[in-house]
Design a protein around this ligand. Structure first.
Ligand code: M6R
Length: 610
């Protein structure tokens, strides 16, 4: 949450900071600000609301200089006002911060006693006063920052500027992400990869405890122990264009329609068609011959990634016959789960930075568990903290509502389940070959579903005035129902709930009233007949049923007000296909209502606080 950036170089800093902040705006958009050091000193401009407001202000009052810092905020402490917007300043010290300072009340008391005046309601303001305090006592900015790192409890990624020092910025990281990289005679630090992509694809991922400085001609990095370190940059497999909207009205729309191509990338290099086998060499350490080195799988994730995990449980248990559990990371970390060295933990995360998922995974490793992350961002904290990662290769996902990352996670989980099944000898060559053949058809099948977008838009417009929408499904499509409801809530602000269809009569059926839309995810599989009965039950009470079903299912069509068809497929891949109408339905409802699809209210893409 919150995006920060710092730039030192030969070019005008303002457009570079603004471009970087635009690429980070998905992390928070309550307020924004920049500080730029120019010939006349440092100018700070901040606005309440989105970056567009700051852009307008800067067009009227241009700010010049070649060193600067910027921030786009997701409010934690203090309302989203201009006074609480970053950068914050204490004398010559100006900072931007992403994270939460847990001991800020105690530090504030101390600093007030030392004569510092506070002007905001933020926890961040203590950081700049604390650095200023140490500088006042005779420390250099670098030394003061090194000290302050020890004094802060909580999480932070910081970029610090001293108005008296030209051409240098300081940074520090613990718990919140920070990457550094440079172009020709310029260097940058930022919260996330997309901000740096226009300048470099070789990035240094900072570790907790790291701090240092950037100048036009270099990056100096120090570890938690204060010793200078050299860290090799990692090559990022993305380019700047991938993080742009490319002619689409919204990033979410682009990301939905990209999914067939993403699927090709997920599968690329991981399928040996001739051998009927899956290649996931990174997981070889999970086997001792044909024996697994773990007895059970524990999946941890949040939000959409959690829904992918729920589908993963069905796949892993059914295909590989390994017991699997799924937990919300925020619950898992506090419930004293049973973990030992025979547990395989699978954190699933698009961003690789979700605080709860990361903390749960770190805790699990401390108990001796093996960790295989399913992650989209190469070099992210979650992938670095794992023994191995299955990267989803979905490219940068900018829309706050996760779409392509979800279907890529589902495919990665399916590959994992097949890989385990094959290595354990649970699937013969013929079965594997059939499954692989089907997997290879996925991009085409997905295109077929996306071709129905106009039809789904019409349905979306019909239901967009509903007070609530219910989603039901069973088996591996029950999590898809949960995901359909989450998508609709988060971008259209409509009340929506997802249920296991068999649970309706245990309570939720009381919500059904005349005309309530019920989206039934009911492809032709072993559970279809059961869902059909549940559809009858809601129809009998007046629901308007929208069935997401296998093409040509006349029986279901007869019982539905609207139908959305997916091609015939095995149960293992139907969630990847049924997820697409869920995404399109939510997208078109939100677009019809005119909400801010890519930046829905109160949300941020990357949840780096618990
Ligand atoms: O980056 P992660 O996958 O760890 O993020 C987890 C959730 O915050 C995320 O899926 C969130 O629920 C999305 N907004 C859903 O669209």
């Amino acid at each position: 949450m919150c995006g920060i950036i710092g730039y030192v170089g030969k070019s005008e800093a303002t457009p570079i900071l603004m471009d970087g902040l635009k690429r980070l705006e998905y992390r928070g958009y309550d307020s924004a600000g920049i500080a730029v050091a120019g010939p006349e000193g440092v100018t700070i401009e901040r606005v309440e609301g989105k970056l567009a407001g700051l852009e307008r202000l800067l067009a009227e009052k241009p700010v010049h200089g070649t060193t600067g810092i910027g921030h786009t905020r997701w409010a934690t402490h203090g309302r989203p006002t201009e006074t609480n917007a970053h950068p914050h300043r204490s004398g010559d010290i100006i900072i931007v911060h992403n994270g939460i300072i847990e001991n800020y009340i105690e530090l504030k008391k101390f600093l007030v006693g030392e004569g510092f005046e506070f002007t905001s309601e933020t926890d961040t303001e203590v950081i700049c006063h604390l650095i200023a305090y140490h500088c006042r006592k005779g420390d250099t900015t670098f030394r003061a920052l090194a000290r302050v790192r020890e004094e802060l409890h909580g999480s932070y990624a910081l970029v610090v500027m001293n108005a008296r020092e030209q051409g240098v910025l300081y940074f520090a990281k613990r718990g919140s992400p920070l990457v550094a990289g440079g172009g020709e005679k310029e260097n940058l630090v930022a919260s996330d990869i997309p901000a740096l992509l226009p300048y470099t694809r070789d990035m240094i991922f900072l570790e907790d405890g790291d701090y240092g400085l950037i100048r036009e001609n270099g990056i100096e990095l120090y570890g938690a122990d204060g010793k200078r370190i050299e860290r090799k940059p990692q090559r990022i497999p993305w380019n700047a264009l991938m993080a742009e909207r490319g002619g689409y009205k919204h990033f979410m729309q682009k990301e939905i329609f990209e999914q067939p191509t993403v699927m090709l990338d997920v599968l690329a290099g991981r399928i040996q068609k001739d051998r009927g086998a899956i290649t996931l060499e990174e997981l070889d350490f999970l086997f001792d011959g044909s024996k697994l080195v773990f007895d059970r799988v524990s999946i941890i994730a949040c939000g959409t990634s959690y829904h992918a995990g729920l589908v993963g449980k069905y796949l892993i248990e059914s295909l590989a016959r390994v017991p699997a559990s799924v937990d919300l990371a925020s619950e898992f970390r506090y419930r004293e789960p049973l973990i030992d060295d025979r547990t395989l933990i699978i954190p699933i995360s698009q961003s690789g930075e979700t605080a709860d998922t990361l903390a749960a995974q770190v805790m699990a490793r401390e108990h001796g568990a093996k960790v295989v992350a399913i992650c989209n961002v190469v070099g992210s904290s979650i992938s670095r903290a794992a023994n191995a990662s299955i990267y989803t290769h979905a490219g940068p996902e900018i829309g706050v509502a996760s779409t392509k990352a979800f279907t890529a996670q589902l495919a990665a989980l399916y590959l994992l389940a097949l890989y385990l099944a094959e290595k354990k000898g649970m699937a013969d060559r013929k079965t594997m070959a059939a499954r692989i053949d089907e997997l290879l058809t996925l991009p085409r099948l997905m295109k077929n579903v996306l071709n129905c977008a106009d039809h789904i838009r019409e349905i979306a417009e019909e239901i967009s005035d509903a007070t609530h929408v219910l989603f039901i499904g069973r088996g591996a499509n029950y999590p898809v129902a949960l995901e359909g409801a989450l998508k609709l809530k988060e971008i259209s602000y409509m009340h929506a709930e997802g249920f296991a269809a068999g649970e309706l009569k245990h309570g939720p059926i009381a919500l059904i009233d005349h005309g309530v839309p019920v989206v039934a995810v009911a492809p032709r599989d072993a559970m279809r007949q059961k869902v059909l009965s549940n559809i009858e039950e809601v129809r009998a009470r007046g629901a308007a049923v929208i069935s997401v079903m296998t093409e040509g299912d006349a029986e279901l069509a007869e019982r539905s007000k609207y139908t959305i068809e997916i091609p015939e497929a095995s149960w293992c891949i139907t969630p990847i296909l049924t997820a697409l109408p869920m995404q399109l339905l939510a997208y078109y409802v939100a677009d019809h209502k005119g909400t801010d699809v890519d930046q829905p209210r109160n949300l941020a893409k990357s949840v780096t606080v618990e």
